[in-house]
Design a protein around this ligand. Structure first.
Ligand code: GTP
Ligand code: MG
Length: 189
């Protein structure tokens, strides 16, 4: 499965007409720096459509990318970047929760991205609860799998499966494109 066209539509920080559109939205959530933006670039075969950075806290708005004129990929800001103020962190957290729970967006699926080197953290568990309570369908993608040895991968797979046993789990790397085909067919089917 291949994405032929991807374009940036807009970034929002609150209510906006794009949320009322009928086209389905797939949202990418995860802690700051786990590679949400890089993953979208990887999936759409672009190096630079979505701004990514080694500096955490790169994405500050809810960014919408239209895929083949029919689906929105939604890049959310990352939660938990230590260097932002408490107030800023809370603002980001609220924005994420608002989009997922109250914005009424036509949310088809959420991609919860975890860092496969670090494993699931408190925010990921909180997200799991929220998504399950809201009845939002989600998959778990363990990114940066290129950083793991074979045995670390086995160990991390177990750890993630223990927590997210009711959900589909994919090991992924935006760097090597590992898992790209599987994730694409899961999202676009
Ligand atoms: P925020 O917008 O700040 O929340 O970050 P983000 O989750 O969008 O992460 P981003 O895509 O900006 O990537 C953060 C850093 O991780 C960058 O330096 C990327 O190059 C790196 N990175 C992303 N994916 C991978 C991967 O699969 N493997 C490796 N080794 N590095 C990655
Ligand atoms: Mg980002």
């Amino acid at each position: 499965m291949e994405i032929k066209q991807a374009k940036f539509i807009k970034g929002i920080v609150g209510t906006d007409p794009i949320l009322l559109e009928e086209k389905p939205q797939i949202a990418f959530v995860g802690r700051s720096n786990v590679g949400k933006s890089s993953m979208i670039n990887c999936l759409v075969n672009s190096k630079s459509l979505v701004k990514s950075s080694s500096k955490p806290g790169k994405t500050k708005e809810i960014n919408f990318f239209l895929i083949d004129e029919k689906i929105y990929l939604v890049d959310l800001p990352g939660y938990g970047y230590a260097k932002v103020s408490q107030k800023q962190a809370e603002k980001i957290r609220k924005m994420i929760m608002w989009y997922l729970e109250y914005s009424k967006a036509n949310l088809k699926k959420v991609v919860l991205i975890v860092d496969s080197k670090v494993g699931p953290k408190e925010f990921d568990l909180e997200m799991k609860e929220l998504l399950e309570d809201s009845g939002i369908d989600f998959i778990v993608v363990a990114n940066k799998s290129d950083k793991l040895t074979q045995s670390e991968t086995v160990k991390m797979k177990k750890e993630i499966e223990n927590i997210f046993f009711e959900h589909k789990i994919f090991f992924f790397s935006s760097k090597t494109k590992r898992g790209k085909e599987n994730v694409l067919s899961e999202l676009l089917s």
